[in-house]
Every structure is written in C-alpha cells, then in structure tokens.
Design a protein around this ligand. Structure first.
Ligand code: GLY
Length: 368
C-alpha cells in the first residue's frame, strides 16, 4: 500500500466513524509560550481539553505535521543514525472531546490496523499504564481488560510513567496512555526471542506505532495533577512507521515516503544508498529527513534566523549541509535542489509546499 493510500484510508476510516477531518495545524507554534513547534497532533486542541474552549465537533481526525527537536520531546540525535526517528513527521490522530473514551479508541484502533490495513495481529503488542505512586495513580486495568478481547495476556504489557503516561510538556493536558507496538522481525528472529522482551527497548524493528492517550488531567506548574472537567481521547500514530509496517520494510527510509528524496540525493552526489550504518548512508538519511523539517517550517512562516524557533531551523539546515559536505562530497549548495522532489511527492496532502515552492527554494539557497 502506498503512503498516499495509507494516509487516505486513515482519514476515510475515521470519517465513517463520524469524525470531522481537519487540516494539519501549522508546525510552527506562535501562540503558546510553552511550545516552539507542534510536537503532537493534540497541540491545536489543548484549550479544548483544558475546558477553555468548546469545540463544535466532538470528534475530529487529521494528519498533523510535527517537529520534535526541542523541549520535552526531542529526537534530533537519533535521526539518521537509527531508521525510525525523525525531526519532522506526520502524526495521524483521532480525537474525542468528552465523547467516546477508552473502549471505542481501542476497538477502532484494532479494527483499523487489523481489518482495514491488514497487519498481522500476531505481531502486535499493547502496553498499558502500570500506575504511579508519586502521582497517586492506579494501574489502567480498564484498558488492560479491553485489550484482552484482542490480545493474549502475554502480549499486553504494563509500563511505567515514562512510557505510558503522556504529557504534552512540563505543564498541560495529560493522561495514561496505551501504546500499540509492532514486531517487524523475521519469523526466525521472532521464534528465537519473544517480541515482548523488545517492546520499549529501542529495537529498530519492534517499534511503537500508535499511542492512544486518555486525557484526564492538567499538569500544573506546581507539578500537581488536576482532574479535567471531561475525559478525552487523543491518539497519535506515526505515519512513517505505519508505512514501514504496511510496505514490509524494516526502515522508514525504505518506504515511498523517503525513497524519492533518497534517489535524488544519490543522483546529486553520485553516492549510492545501501541502507547500512556507514557514514554516507547516515548522511543520506539525515539530509532526507532534515529537508522535510526545513521546507515545512519555511512554508509555515518560519524563516531560518539567529534566535528562537528560527535558530532551531537554521541549525537543522546547517546540520544537513554539514553532513552533505563532510560525507557526500558536495562542494556547493544542494539542499534547495531537493525541493521539487519533495513538493511533487507531498504537495497533494500539504498544498502549502507547492504554493510556496519558490520561496522555500530561495530561502534555503540563500542560507546555503
Ligand atoms: N499525543 C499523543 C502522542 O503524541 O503520542
């Protein structure tokens, strides 16, 4: 299944379940002092969760452009070195604002992954919150029981606050979560070591694909949790990882999300990509990742600069350039030449890329 079909199937599925499909919010955040960039699909709904704004829709779904390069969620150092973290990524999400809760969130996640996308249920694991004494929270036995309809108990794992209590930042909406992990290893590897031993263990082929968050609290500046007036659902599925699973690959970079960019970088540099850990392959992965972050940030109005969010973008751009010059033999600007490939590939889902293609190219070229 192509990435385009995968994205569309997600949106169609939730539209059929009476969700309104909305556009991604900008990746650059201008009106929240606790956040520089959108780090999760739920950011644009923060005020609804907190009860400060009423949504006219009780159910929403979308694909959200996210950037995790600063603050509580920062994956920058993993990018390119591993095969499944990114600076910019798409997060597929469905939300309930005081409407459905754990049962529907879990039932629909299973239905979509297994019945619609056709993932092998034998390869799926669910994690649930084990509780936490410091926050006076009990284990999430409700989610655990709901998963028992679909999974044998040995594939439902309890995990601690770090993995199974999701928080947007140091303050803000939060709650226990239940993650779905997929084991993409070969049958022989799966037979020799159970996947449950590799869940949440940084294994590149046993990865989290979907996080179902049950938002019930607001973390105050004091660190204390305050109950919210209503209970909400906030889910986030890693689009690139889902594509990896559905395309039978073991690296996000081997999917059609990245392969056009990787081919273009190889063409421009004359260095072929061999999907290994050597420096040229890491450089190609870094550049194919970073160009997406930079292009989307510029199209959302964030020009590289010497302070704040602009400086973060400038550093990502310089990191990409440095990898190109150091390991791929580039001697002049090359990142801007990737923009037509990116716009052709993602411009239908994100029209801002096509509309602003010229500006994005010019800004990057000037920096280079
Ligand atoms: N808000 C859910 C997630 O980012 O995982």
């Amino acid at each position: 299944m192509t990435s385009k079909e995968t994205r569309q199937k997600f949106l169609d599925f939730f539209e059929e379940k009476n969700h309104r499909i909305v556009a991604s919010a900008p990746m650059v955040v201008k009106d929240d002092p606790t956040l520089m960039f959108t780090n999760a699909g739920m950011n644009q709904f923060k005020d609804i969760f907190l009860g400060n704004r009423v949504s006219k829709d009780l159910r929403i779904a979308d694909t959200q452009k996210c950037l995790r390069v600063s603050g509580k969620h920062n994956d920058l150092e993993e990018v390119g070195v591993d095969t499944y973290h990114h600076t910019m990524f798409e997060m597929l999400g469905n939300w309930s604002f005081g409407d459905y809760f754990k049962k529907e969130a879990i039932d629909w996640a299973w239905e979509l992954l297994v019945d619609v996308y056709g993932l092998n249920p034998e390869r799926l694991y669910a994690t649930v919150f084990e509780g936490d004494n410091s926050d006076k929270l009990d284990a999430d036995t409700e989610a655990e029981e709901l998963w028992q309809q679909y999974l044998p108990t040995e594939r439902i794992l309890r995990a601690n606050k770090k993995d199974n209590f999701w928080e947007m930042g140091d303050q803000g909406p939060c709650g226990p979560c239940s993650e779905i992990h997929v084991d993409l290893r070969s049958d022989a590897d799966r037979a020799s070591k159970p996947g449950r031993d590799l869940v949440n263990a940084d294994h590149p082929q046993v990865v989290e694909i979907w996080n179902l968050v049950f938002i019930q609290f607001n973390r105050k500046a004091s660190g204390l949790l305050e109950g919210l007036p209503a209970k909400h659902v906030d889910t986030g599925m890693g689009f690139e990882r889902l594509c990896m699973a559905l395309q039978g690959k073991t690296s996000n970079y081997d999917t059609d999300v990245f392969s056009p960019l990787i081919s273009k970088i190889s063409d421009l540099s004359g260095v072929s990509y061999t999907a290994s850990d050597n420096q040229t392959d890491v450089a190609i992965r870094v550049i194919s990742d970073h160009i997406r972050a930079i292009a989307f940030a510029i199209s959302d109005g964030q020009i590289p600069s010497n302070s704040g969010a602009g400086y973060v973008i400038k550093r990502i751009l310089r990191r990409g350039i440095r990898y190109g010059y150091s390991f791929l033999g580039f001697k002049e600007g090359f990142m801007h030449k990737l923009i037509p490939t990116l716009a052709a590939q993602m411009g239908d889902a994100f029209p801002e890329l096509k509309k602003q293609q010229e500006l994005i190219t010019r800004v990057i070229q000037e920096e280079e």
